[in-house]
Design a binder for this molecule. Structure first.
Ligand SMILES: Nc1nc2c(ncn2[C@@H]2O[C@H](COP(=O)(O)OP(=O)(O)OP(=O)(O)O)[C@@H](O)[C@H]2O)c(=O)[nH]1
Ligand SMILES: [Mg+2]
Length: 357
């Protein structure tokens, strides 16, 4: 799972990246440009509780990766061969970092604070980029149809027509209820507007107190959008403080918990991710899975052999497990379910995969 930060220049993407990854990153190179890939640890009190019960040699939280890309160079989405676009196409989800703090742009003029307009602009750019891909492919497919050759694929043709229809109306593909089968067929196109998008309002600390106002305004214009707020710079300053000073500073700022935790949670939910757990004496571990996927896919996250040889999964949800805090007792109570390959994994499921290789 990999997320990419997008947004206008100087919106605080790199600052947020530093905070989320706690500076665990590597610098990669693509063509002429450099970018950073980092790992975000998803703290989860359920993992702590399970670890206390099983006392394993190792405890592992869920993680996801994110990449820090430079600000959107104007018109970059119109240049289909741009390195920028190439990097953004690879990610599984987009985090739009929107600027809610004063400052000056490259032209020396004060920047406008208007997150809804920035989202609108971003949506238009990614829809445009998708439309270029759709129209190119449609032209080829229609040509195949005219020639009546066996390479013509009516299913693909239909999907492309639906995509074009939506994009022409300014609707992002993520809002169209495509079937799982259609989504699978669309994956190869790496459509940008089909990717889940989380809007993060990056506020200066004095504007952070008004965050609900800003969130509300964005929601009025984009009712379906996942939106959250953070003050990336304050969070970064908090992280850089020695442990004992941190609590005091947070108290002064009126912050109860580092906001990165709720940003991580919002990213997780907004991007349609869930956690499932594996437990034992060796390791208690949280794994990341896309919402709606079935048990064999979860097995595949652990190991590809487990997916290939999947037989069944023993499943118990976290709250049910916590009633007895013992797998043996849960089993005796009939709380340990045996699920087959059609079982849709739920957030908080504790899984034991039975497989055969
Ligand atoms: N006041 C305030 N300043 C911030 C905040 N977040 C970032 N900044 C400042 O804004 C400037 C740009 O921040 P970056 O994180 O580098 O922005 P960016 O989006 O990565 O910029 P590009 O990579 O050039 O597109 C820096 O001087 C930051 O210190 C914030 O929450 N509040
Ligand atoms: Mg940056």
């Amino acid at each position: 799972m990999e997320l990419g930060f997008v947004g206008v220049k100087y919106s605080g993407k790199s600052t947020l990246f530093d905070v989320l990854t706690q500076k665990h990153f590597e610098t990669l190179r693509s063509g002429m440009s450099e970018y950073r890939r980092g790992r975000v640890v998803v703290y989860d009190s359920r993992v702590d509780a399970l670890s206390e019960i099983f006392n394993p040699k190792k405890t592992t939280y869920a993680t996801f990766d994110c990449i820090d890309i430079m600000g959107i160079p104007s018109g970059s989405f119109h240049d289909t061969s741009s390195k920028y676009l190439e990097a953004v196409r690879q990610v599984d989800g987009l985090v739009a970092v929107l600027r809610i703090f004063e400052g000056y742009g490259d032209d020396g003029k004060p920047v406008q604070i208007n997150p809804s307009e920035e989202i609108q602009h971003l949506e238009e750019e990614i829809q445009f980029a998708d439309l270029v891909v759709v129209e190119n492919r449609l032209e080829k497919v229609e040509h195949l149809k005219q020639r009546g050759v066996p390479q013509y694929d009516a299913v693909e043709h239909d999907i492309l027509k639906q995509c074009k229809d939506a994009l022409d109306k300014g609707i992002s593909l993520r809002e169209i209820p495509f079937s799982d089968e259609q989504k699978k067929r669309m994956r190869g196109f790496q459509f940008l507007s089909a990717k889940p998008l989380l809007a993060v309002l990056n506020c200066s600390d004095d504007r952070y107190v008004e965050r609900d106002n800003y969130i509300q305004k964005v929601r009025e214009k984009f009712p379906k959008m996942a939106v959250t707020a953070v003050s990336a710079l304050s969070e970064k300053e908090i992280q850089e403080l020695p442990e004992d000073e941190r609590a005091l500073f947070m108290q002064e700022m009126g912050i109860e918990e580092p906001a990165i935790n709720h940003v991580i949670k919002a990213a997780y939910e907004g991007l349609g991710l869930i956690s499932f757990f594996t437990v034992g004496e060796d390791e208690v571990k949280a794994w990341t899975l896309r919402q709606g996927l079935k048990a064999p896919a979860a097995a595949g996250v652990i190991h590809s052999d487990m997916e290939k040889g999947f037989i069944r999964a023993e499943v118990i949800s976290y709250p049910v497990f916590m009633e007895t805090k013992s797998l043996t007792k849960a089993k005796a109570n009939g709380q340990l379910r045996l699920e087959g390959k059609d079982y849709v994994v739920q957030d908080g499921d504790i899984l034991n995969i039975r497989f055969n290789i």
